[in-house]
Design a protein around this ligand. Structure first.
Ligand code: SAM
Length: 240
């Protein structure tokens, strides 16, 4: 997939993966963050989660990190002047810290669950937690058509498999939640509107990207009950 064509399609979308404010409100009910909580939005994309993260604790501060200047630029349009937010162009592998919460929506699969959690341990403050969403088979074992959809991510597992990778990283799971259909729509609806807008004048590279995205959305339409994103809230184990 041509990266420039990908970015043309993804310009000015509100988010870069499934998610909704209700996920972060739910997270707030699972943990107790201190006043002035230090929060990292790791792989923040265009920054859709920054507002709900700031609302998790009085005086909270969010450090939002992404490697992509286009997405970070979008986040800066809303948050660039806000003293409660730092926007950093950088690598999610080394987010700095210490943080009371590392939030990562839809980014951990790029590193692997175990690898990401191990890497982020030194970035957590005492009592700190990680919350991340991860592609997951909700029907397990999955049908072959569904495995085919996720052929590029062979590490994908069922919910128990996510928990096993969390434990292997020396963490324990506090709570999990399946992302809702509304979370998917929050990503796909604006994406589909943008696809429609671009289709007629698309060159070959862009057309290829549009076709790949249309296939992804169709797969979710057909098999979306069998897979999704699992949001896990985890903390390092004392014996980890
Ligand atoms: C699936 S998107 C999710 C973005 C955002 N969390 C959201 O839900 O809208 C993954 C993001 O990870 C970013 N990314 C990819 N590799 C990265 C890296 N090594 N370090 C930081 N960000 C990275 C991409 O630029 C993209 O914004």
């Amino acid at each position: 997939m041509n990266p420039q064509a990908f970015l043309t399609l993804h310009r000015n979308l509100p988010r870069e993966g499934p998610g909704e404010p209700a996920d972060i409100e739910w997270l707030g009910r699972q943990i107790s963050l201190p006043e002035g909580a230090r929060i990292c939005d790791n792989a923040c994309g265009p920054g859709a989660d920054i507002g709900p993260l700031l609302a998790l604790a009085p005086g909270a501060h969010v450090t939002a990190i992404d490697i992509n200047p286009q997405f970070l630029g979008q986040a800066a349009e809303q948050w660039g002047e806000d003293p409660r937010v730092d926007l950093l162009m950088g690598d999610m592998r080394d987010p700095g810290g210490p943080y009371d919460l590392i939030w990562c929506a839809g980014g951990v699969y790029m590193l692997g669950v175990r690898e990401a959690l191990e890497m982020w341990k030194p970035s957590l403050a005492e009592g700190g937690v990680v919350a991340f969403s991860e592609p997951c088979y909700f029907k397990y074992p999955p049908d072959s058509e569904v495995v085919e959809i996720w052929a590029d991510y062979p590490q994908m597992s069922g919910e128990e498999g996510v928990g096993a990778r969390v434990r292997a990283a020396g963490y324990e799971t506090i709570a999990t939640r399946r992302l809702s259909d509304d979370a998917w729509r929050a990503y796909y609806k604006p994406l589909m509107a943008r696809m429609e807008e671009l289709y007629e004048d698309a060159d070959d590279d862009l057309r290829e990207v549009l076709i790949a995205h249309a296939a992804e959305i169709k797969a979710w339409d057909e098999y979306g009950d069998d897979f999704g994103y699992l949001l896990s809230v985890v903390r390092p184990r004392a014996d980890g």
